[in-house]
Design a protein. Structure first.
Length: 563
């Protein structure tokens, strides 16, 4: 991931940073971070934040940290940590040697909590979670003080030490900040700082049985790491006064928090809690299912980091939430794949063709261009023989108007090969289904060139029957059928029952079947496909369709430019 002055985006966050640098704030340092919770896989919304934070650090020759805010052992797993590291690295961000965990700071955070108690700014509360919610009040009614709010400093210190020593059961007590139960900002109404959890942590093991709350941990971890600009999404705007209070009360370094609008993508859910439900309910095949908006899922579908970064830069950074059309993401992907994907021929629903005037014992190698957009991609040789397969829907017995493909007595061009004409149609005696076409070819039309200037309107892709490899092809559509799935209380009610379709008898030229897993291709006339790196085997390669060839967003842009 890199930036240069010609393509560097401009936005209100960078305007703030430019002003800070002008005033020599933070000694002109720029230090950002990405602080995920390891309770799920990261998704395309996180990719926007990663792109922004790392992009800013790179642009201003600053530093970028990766930090896991691992404060809840009951929901966090090492699997999530590893997946996040791999996905962020794949996106192109580089934290160098600055990989941190909030759990690295547990001792220091505990000391901060003790410091608040000693200042009379925190107390141990015996109220149950339900009672705390009841005492908290509402948006229109102030909260009321806990009966334990005025415990002495000595009693609070003793109880907090005993909480750490494991004397109390889960939920029996919490440590709360003493701020203002009448504050109009609910976050300031004596929020919990520590809770009791007798659970093993994925990094600290059983050292702790009390764990700091996210809000307490997040802002102080930024402070400990001397982050200059804590860039986060808008839902944290109401938390900023609380973060300021924590930092001010313990006398720590003060990062500047800047909020921007989170990404909302049409036909998509970007909530780790809801994505986890899809995984747990078996609606998808795991976090890396190619239908998922997770970075792992998008990788497995065939997205490239370049396409994702381009998309993030094109949607920009805003101060208000909006819904981004998923067609723009698909457009950015097509733009990138068009430049890098090798063109190959694959027949998804095969129909046999016998070229009757072609020698039975002959096989020839025909030259094919790998990518017309990239001359350096070179060419490959494609086998051709007497028996080939074409797409079943490329033939009609009674062709409709404007159907320029194969029909009885019609002539078409085979890509990279010859002209052929359909002379006879063979059908199944029982079903009447067309099972074979008998055709003749023009040996003077090698390479698909007309020897006498005659024109044919149809060009078909094909594979040689003897050399073609059988593969599985998976088609994926949008996971939800409505633009905003969260508009319904039951977001799963709009799950698309046809979001995946699998074809198991597809045929492809050997060049593609023998490629390394993870290779991207354009199947001519079919779309872009990715050789699955998990399910593929030497015996049965599996291709995931990344995106179709049609591009609705390109049509929208063209229409807008013409006005």
């Amino acid at each position: 991931m890199s930036t240069n002055e010609a393509t560097t985006p401009s936005d209100f966050i960078r305007d703030i940073i430019n002003e800070d640098l002008k005033n020599n704030k933070n000694e002109s340092r720029v230090h950002t971070r990405f602080p995920p919770e390891p309770n799920g896989y990261i998704h395309i919304g996180h990719a926007k934040s990663i792109n922004l934070n790392f992009g800013i650090a790179s642009q201003y020759k600053g530093k970028f940290n990766l930090r896991f805010d691992d404060t809840n052992p009951s929901k966090e797993e090492q699997e999530y940590v590893q997946s996040i590291i791999e996905d962020i690295r794949w996106l192109g961000a580089d934290w160098e040697d600055r990989l941190f965990y909030a759990s690295d700071y547990y001792d220091r955070l505990y000391d901060y909590a003790v410091q608040l108690i000693e200042k009379g700014k925190a107390y141990v509360d015996d109220l149950t979670p339900d009672q705390i919610r009841e005492y908290r009040g509402t948006l229109t009614e102030p909260g009321k003080n806990s009966p334990h709010r005025d415990r002495s400093i000595e009693e609070n210190l003793d109880l907090f030490k005993r909480m750490r020593a494991g004397e109390f059961e889960d939920g029996a007590r919490v440590l709360r900040a003493k701020i203002d139960m009448a504050s109009p900002n609910l976050n300031m109404r004596d929020p919990a700082i520590y809770r009791i959890k007798h659970e093993s942590h994925h990094r600290t093991g059983d050292k702790w049985c009390i764990y700091p709350m996210y809000d307490f941990t997040h802002c102080l971890s930024d402070s400990i790491e001397a982050i200059t600009h804590s860039v986060c999404t808008l839902e944290f705007e109401d938390h900023r006064p609380l973060y300021d209070w924590f930092i001010d009360e313990v006398g720590a370094y003060h990062p500047q928090q800047i909020e921007f609008a989170r990404m909302n993508l049409s036909y998509t859910v970007l909530s780790k809690r809801k994505l986890l439900k899809l995984v747990e309910d078996g609606d998808v095949d795991g976090w890396d299912d190619p239908r998922m908006p997770t970075v792992s899922g998008m990788r497995r579908r065939g997205y490239t980091p370049e396409a994702i970064r381009n998309f993030c830069e094109r949607i920009g950074v805003a101060k208000r939430d909006s819904l981004v059309d998923i067609a723009l993401l698909e457009h950015c992907l097509r733009e990138d794949l068009n430049l890098r994907a090798t063109r190959v021929m694959a027949v998804l629903e095969p129909l046999k063709v016998v070229i009757t005037n072609y020698p039975e014992d002959k096989t020839e190698e025909l030259e094919a261009v790998n990518n017309p957009e990239d001359e350096s991609a070179g060419t490959r040789m494609v086998p051709f023989s007497r028996e080939i397969y074409i797409e079943r829907n490329d033939f009609r017995e009674d062709p409709p108007k404007k159907f320029f493909r194969l029909g009885p007595g019609r002539e078409v061009r085979l890509k990279h090969a010859y002209f052929i004409r359909c002379d006879e149609v063979i059908k199944d005696d029982k079903t009447g289904e067309v099972v074979e076409l008998r055709c003749s070819y023009d040996p003077e039309s090698r390479g698909g060139m007309s020897p006498d200037g005659r024109k044919v309107k149809g060009t078909l892709h094909w594979v040689s029957a003897a050399q073609a490899k059988k593969v599985e092809v998976r088609f994926f559509e949008r996971l939800f059928t409505v633009e905003n799935p969260l508009a319904d209380e039951d977001f799963k009610s709009s799950l698309n029952p046809d979001s995946r379709r699998v074809l198991t008898s597809c045929l492809i030229e050997p060049f593609a079947a023998e490629a390394a897993p993870g290779t991207l291709f354009q199947f001519m006339r079919q779309g872009y496909f990715y050789l699955d790196s998990i399910d593929s085997t030497a015996e049965m390669p599996v291709f995931n369709r990344t995106v179709s060839l049609r591009d609705s967003w390109a049509k929208i842009e063209k229409s807008m430019k013409s006005k």
